[in-house]
Design a protein around this ligand. Structure first.
Ligand code: MTE
Length: 300
């Protein structure tokens, strides 16, 4: 990711007033902690596993979406007129039943549920986002991956006329990400279509983005138009841009520093202080077994 001074990572505008904080605390995941959290504006003493949902205004105004701009606070304005209808997603590759889905059909066919996930950006900030969406597994089962399919490759729409960042040759567009097939089939892996019960906005990856909560945020690719089952490990945009900094697995790992900074703590947007980063972003019980045969210091 672009080198940014730490002073920029947490813009002052995102420090919330006491009033806003208390409102956010009311949405605490795990109500036992509500009283303790309300007592103080400085949440740096919160145990790493206690979450306050990030205010909607922060979720929609502090974004990484390099197709529009590298300025996190300008993505919302720059993506305002992004066309999200009509929208189709092509799902194919090593499958028996390739299919192109209109977004309306995906919304109808797969029941939408709310999932509150932590998102930990590789840059050292995090949010807690109530997504609505459906498990990717259901969609993949429908196209019937063949036994040759080992990985899933995702692609963001290529539309340089609407996405000015795509006119820069600094990155290899379109944005590409990938998962191993078992990661893609894991129930936590979500295709997100909404935030706080509202349809997802362009800045968050409308109309369809991935949310893989145990991996660094860059794996959660936005505005997806193509999903391909493949035999070989896909090369992502970030692996192309800086292979020594961004690996394929990108599991949140506080013990493996990024070459330019530590990953041991994070700044939760809307909170003062920093929190300890948890292995697999706090989802170890659910996903650690996927990696039992893998050295995660090498496969970062
Ligand atoms: N997807 C695309 N297509 N382009 C991007 O620049 N940024 C990634 C990820 N998905 C990105 C993307 C990064 S680095 C992060 S941290 C998350 O989106 C941020 O998601 P949010 O803005 O919805 O919080």
């Amino acid at each position: 990711m672009k080198k940014i001074p730490s002073s920029e990572i947490t813009p002052e505008a995102l420090f919330h007033s006491r009033r806003q904080f208390i409102k956010g605390a009311a949405a605490l995941v795990g109500s036992a902690a509500i009283l303790a959290a309300c007592g103080s504006e400085d949440t740096s003493n919160l145990p790493a596993g206690v979450d306050v949902q990030t205010p909607y205004e922060s979720i929609i105004n502090y974004n990484n979406f390099y197709e529009f701009t590298t300025d996190k606070e300008a993505v919302a304005a720059k993506s305002k007129n992004f066309t999200t209808t009509p929208w189709t997603v092509e799902v194919g590759g090593l499958v028996n039943k390739p299919q192109t889905f209109a977004i309306e059909d995906l919304l109808k066919q797969f029941s939408q549920e709310e999932r509150v996930y932590r998102l930990r950006c590789v840059e050292g900030w995090s949010m807690v986002i109530p997504w609505t969406g459906f498990s990717l597994a259901g969609l993949l089962k429908q196209v019937e991956p063949t036994s040759a399919a080992k990985y899933v490759r995702f692609e963001t729409v290529m539309r340089p006329e609407e996405m000015p960042g795509q006119n820069s040759s600094y990155y290899t567009w379109p944005y590409v990400e990938g998962l191993r097939l078992d990661e893609a089939m894991h129930d936590l892996t979500l295709m997100a279509t909404g935030v706080y019960g509202k349809p997802i906005l362009p800045q968050n990856g409308a109309p369809l983005r991935l949310a893989v909560p145990w991996k660094y945020g860059f794996k959660s690719i936005k505005s997806i138009v193509k999903i391909e089952l493949v035999a070989e490990q896909p090369t992502s945009l970030w692996m192309n841009a800086a292979p020594d900094e961004y690996g394929f697995y990108a599991n949140v790992n506080p013990d493996v520093p990024h070459p330019r900074w530590s990953q041991s703590s994070e700044r939760r947007i809307g909170e003062a202080g920093r929190r300890r980063t948890l292995p697999f972003n706090g989802y170890a019980d659910e996903v650690a077994s996927l990696y039992k045969d893998l050295d995660l210091t090498v496969n970062y």
